[in-house]
Design a protein around this ligand. Structure first.
Ligand SMILES: [Zn+2]
Length: 382
């Protein structure tokens, strides 16, 4: 999404793609296809905002413009979008639903390209701050996209990113066979690129989406999920896991179960276990590092607290919403356990000292002011 400053101010989303070597120009002329794609995108979006920006034999660029009549910043616009999404019904439905697939198509096909040899659909994902990163994680956290078929290939540790102010870039990649079979292509040109690059046993079109009959490979162990975990730890927590911790997490993985709600539950437990592993053993309120020794882990015992209670919805089972507390402080944050003023003071301390929690709560409640935010978090205590 970009900003465009003219007389009037617009936000726009765009998709642009180039002619692929896998498709002969005369078999699929892009100037003929562009208006068809625009019509299709408008049909799916429910608005008529998509229009052709540029089209030639080698490139298509189409855009969805939104007039900024509220005169808000790009950041505020994103926030509203995020909030709207998080409060919609479809996002909390269990399973890999049509609505979720539709969202994924919008995300993947607008930016991603079909790699004609690596069996992947890949896209570069650029971000300026860690909040953006967390939004990317929506794909695996909330869309029920099986982690073993998708991964984030973080490039943050490359020297040019470590050294400078250069925007960080991460590649988001999804298995092309899984995509072609389970999610399906909206963009017929990209479907054609896939068809010409990989062996298939035919295709079918249902509700304007093209699905291919292909064998989906069995993922190799949990390597994809491990890359997801590394992504979390390297980018969000800037901590690396030791071998024993990885081994333990590996044991908890293995999303082979087809039952979506069981899989989701398991994933959430994994997020909590992951947080337990990577975060420092220190109470986020009183600061103590000593409680008692937990014999199973060989570490000091701390409890994991959801800053916005998980009873408020699935989206609260997010790693950016967790802190470690000692048992005494954890009890003191139960609804009605101590005075409101005392609890608010503790919540403010957590928000002040944990930027990722602040960002998460800020996106959740749409309140930037720390006092208002703490008040809201307090109202949602369980
Ligand atoms: Zn404490």
């Amino acid at each position: 999404m970009e900003e465009n400053i003219d007389d009037e101010h617009f936000f726009y989303a765009y998709t642009s793609f180039r002619q692929s070597k896998a498709v002969f120009e005369c078999d699929f002329p892009l100037p003929d296809y562009a208006p068809i794609l625009v019509e299709k995108m408008n049909w799916f979006s429910g608005h008529k905002n998509w229009c052709i920006e540029k089209v030639s034999n080698t490139v298509v660029d189409i855009r969805f413009y939104v007039l900024d009549d509220l005169k808000i910043s790009k950041k505020a616009f994103y926030k509203i979008l995020y909030q709207k999404m998080m409060s919609s019904d479809w996002i909390m439905e269990d399973g890999f639903t049509e609505s979720k697939k539709s969202f994924i198509r919008g995300f993947i096909e607008c930016r991603g390209s079909v790699d004609t040899t690596a069996k992947l659909i890949a896209q570069d994902y650029f971000y300026d701050d860690r909040t953006e990163l967390k939004k990317a994680l929506l794909l695996t956290d909330l869309m029920d996209l099986p982690c073993e078929y998708a991964n984030f290939n973080a490039r943050d540790l490359q020297p040019q990113f470590v050294a400078g102010i250069v925007k960080r870039n991460t590649q988001f990649r999804i298995n092309a066979y899984f995509y072609a079979n389970k999610i399906g292509f909206l963009n017929d040109y990209k479907a054609k690129v896939f068809d010409n690059s990989y062996p298939t046993r035919g295709s079918k079109i249902a509700d304007k989406i093209t699905y291919f009959s292909v064998e989906i490979p069995t993922p190799k162990s949990n390597s994809q999920f491990l890359s997801y975990i590394n992504f979390f730890t390297n980018n969000i927590y800037e901590r690396s896991l030791n071998e024993a911790a990885i081994k333990q997490l590996r044991k908890q993985l293995g999303f082979k179960n087809c039952d979506a709600s069981a899989e989701k539950k398991k994933r959430n437990q994994t997020i909590i276990s992951l947080y337990r592993e990577i975060s420092e053993d220190k109470c986020a309120i009183c600061g103590t590092t000593k409680t008692f020794l937990n014999k199973n882990t060989g570490r000091q015992h701390f409890e994991i607290h959801h800053v916005i209670s998980y009873a408020n919805g699935q989206e609260c089972d997010n790693i950016a919403n967790l802190v470690k507390l000692c048992p005494t402080c954890h009890d003191s944050l139960k609804k009605g356990a101590t005075s409101k003023a005392e609890q608010i003071r503790k919540i403010i301390k957590i928000l002040n000292e944990h930027s990722e929690i602040y960002e998460f709560a800020d996106s959740y409640f749409m309140l930037g002011d720390i006092n208002e935010l703490a008040e809201k978090v307090w109202e949602h205590l369980k």
